[in-house]
Ligand binder design. Structure first.
Ligand SMILES: *Cc1c(COP(=O)(O)O)cnc(C)c1O
Length: 488
């Protein structure tokens, strides 16, 4: 299978590339993204066959359908990294929380957020490809708090890859920051910037586009890649668990084959939701993908009104920082799928030049066939965390809590909501939701919640508070390039 470009081809890059080329060099013509030329189909036979199989087998067979240019042995080794999850027999528990609400917990990996689902196998594959080709790569990661730890964790001490990770200083939780600044591989550099996540992400995008930066790297024999969900190598692993969710509901006789379900997805850069969209396009019986946002509600506006409008928007810091995003990268892949390269380029150019785009009526209707959306503000999120922890004994983090408003609206359907982070990454907010009062530190909040509700703090989190801090750099965003060059 080959990969093509969302904004068409500029005549300089190849017209189509293999999977390994798309993941090693993810930037496509005109600032676009790579997408599969054609999606494979999954039929009922495929689903039947995997009713009794392990997650790794499902994943392997799904990747095979894409016929990517990666050795089967290598794929198997990469998928074995799911054995590091809490329960190797079932890396993604799906919990029935109430009638018609199932929560698929994507956070049981090493860094306690759903980024591990894709980054664990992705990092292994990318580093192995680099080594086989005798090439050296620099991975630039901009993070709002979860991608960073997961990227550092997957590439730590791997060969032929260095990672420079940029995070907004003061924009992450203590746990997220400690996960990054205590990560001590020789090939890792962690840089805090004075700014928010959009600043971090646009700094990364301009570095990726900078010819001068490329020239310096070329002199040093280093190529650039990215581990954000602009990289299709992440998206492919984010299709699989949606199929797993569906199969889980069949296994429990909650549905039978052919019945449709909704997926409720806490969204920021739209990678997780895009995985669900692709699964639906491939034939998984999904009724709607419900897009949950926080007060940064650009996606809600887009899906309800057909407007992507940044003109009067400022990034709002919320209690769900991984969703504090205004430019949601993967929406572009949906635009391409529905409206083609020419229109996608037009819309994205308008967003870049004028700060907005508007879909026409037919386009909006096409979007609404697959998606619906709503957002929750921080007060609503806190009320949900409290209600579910105390009345339904289900403890959730603030990102997961944004899904519940949509569940309540669609409660007559079967719904799988995704839990994208463990509560331990956002303990002060969770405690504030439960008890009110002054915001406590991460450590205090972890201990109080653990005691009150009788839930364990995983060792991975507890030990962070005693680890040595190895990365102390915090700089204004103009200094990022300089810091990275020093590291190299
Ligand atoms: C990254 C992240 C999200 C957003 O996922 P996207 O795929 O970027 O939409 C939501 N919740 C948490 C906890 C995350 O880490």
């Amino acid at each position: 299978m080959y990969f093509i470009e969302t904004r068409g081809n500029d005549g300089k890059k190849p017209k189509k590339v293999t999977f390994s080329e798309a993941i090693l060099n993810p930037s496509a013509s005109y600032g676009g993204l790579y997408v599969p030329e054609k999606l494979p189909n999954i039929d009922e036979k495929f689903l039947q066959r995997h009713l009794t199989s392990h997650y790794k087998e499902l994943a392997f067979d799904l990747l095979r359908l894409f016929s990517i240019d990666i050795d089967e042995e290598l794929i198997k080794e990469a998928l074995n990294l799911y054995d590091k999850f809490d329960d190797p027999a079932n890396p993604i528990p799906v919990v029935k929380v109430e009638e018609n609400l199932f929560i698929a917990e994507l956070y049981h990996g090493p860094t306690r957020a759903f980024k591990d689902m894709a980054l664990q196998p992705f990092g292994y594959i990318l580093s192995s490809l680099a080594k086989a080709r005798g090439e050296n790569y620099l991975i630039l990661a901009a993070t709002s708090g979860d991608t960073g730890p997961a990227t550092l964790e997957t590439f730590k001490n791997r060969e032929n890859v260095k990672v420079a990770c940029i995070y907004p200083a003061g924009g992450t939780s203590d746990v997220q920051r400690l996960q990054m600044v205590t990560e001590d591989g020789e090939n890792l550099k962690v840089i805090g910037i004075e700014g928010d996540f959009d600043d971090a992400q646009s700094a990364l995008k301009s570095l990726l586009a900078s010819e001068k930066f490329h020239a310096i790297l070329q002199e040093k024999g280093i190529k650039l890649s990215a581990a954000n969900s602009v990289n299709f190598g992440r998206i492919i692993f984010q299709i699989i668990y949606h199929i797993h969710s569906y199969l889980e509901l069949v296994r429990r006789k909650e549905i039978t084959f052919g019945d449709t379900i909704n997926l409720i997805v806490p969204s920021g850069n739209f990678g997780n939701a895009l995985g669900g969209y692709y699964a639906k396009k491939m034939g998984l019986p999904i009724k709607k993908i419900l897009i949950a946002s926080n007060a940064n509600n650009v996606l809600t506006e887009l899906i309800n009104e057909g407007r992507y409008d940044l003109r009067n928007k400022h990034l709002i810091k919320t209690s769900s920082p991984a969703m504090d995003i205004l430019k949601s990268s993967n929406v572009e892949r949906v635009l391409f799928d529905k409206f083609g390269a020419q229109r996608t380029k037009e819309l994205m150019d308008s967003l870049n030049d004028k700060g907005y785009y508007k879909l026409n009526e037919d386009e909006l209707a096409a979007l609404q066939e697959d998606f619906a959306a709503d957002f929750s503000n921080d007060d609503e999120v806190k009320a949900i965390i409290k209600e579910y922890a105390l009345e339904k004994t289900y403890l959730m983090d603030p990102h997961t809590a944004t899904t519940i408003k949509l569940f309540k609206r669609y409660a007559a359907d079967k719904n799988v909501a995704y839990s994208t982070a463990e509560w331990t990454k956002f303990a002060p907010t969770v405690l504030e939701a439960l008890e009110g009062g002054e915001k406590k530190s991460d450590l205090e909040a972890l201990q109080i919640i653990s005691e009150k509700l009788g839930v364990a703090i995983p060792q991975r989190i507890a030990e962070l508070f005693h680890k040595r801090i190895v990365h102390t750099t915090v700089v204004p965003k103009e200094k990022i390039e300089e810091e990275i060059l020093k590291f190299l």
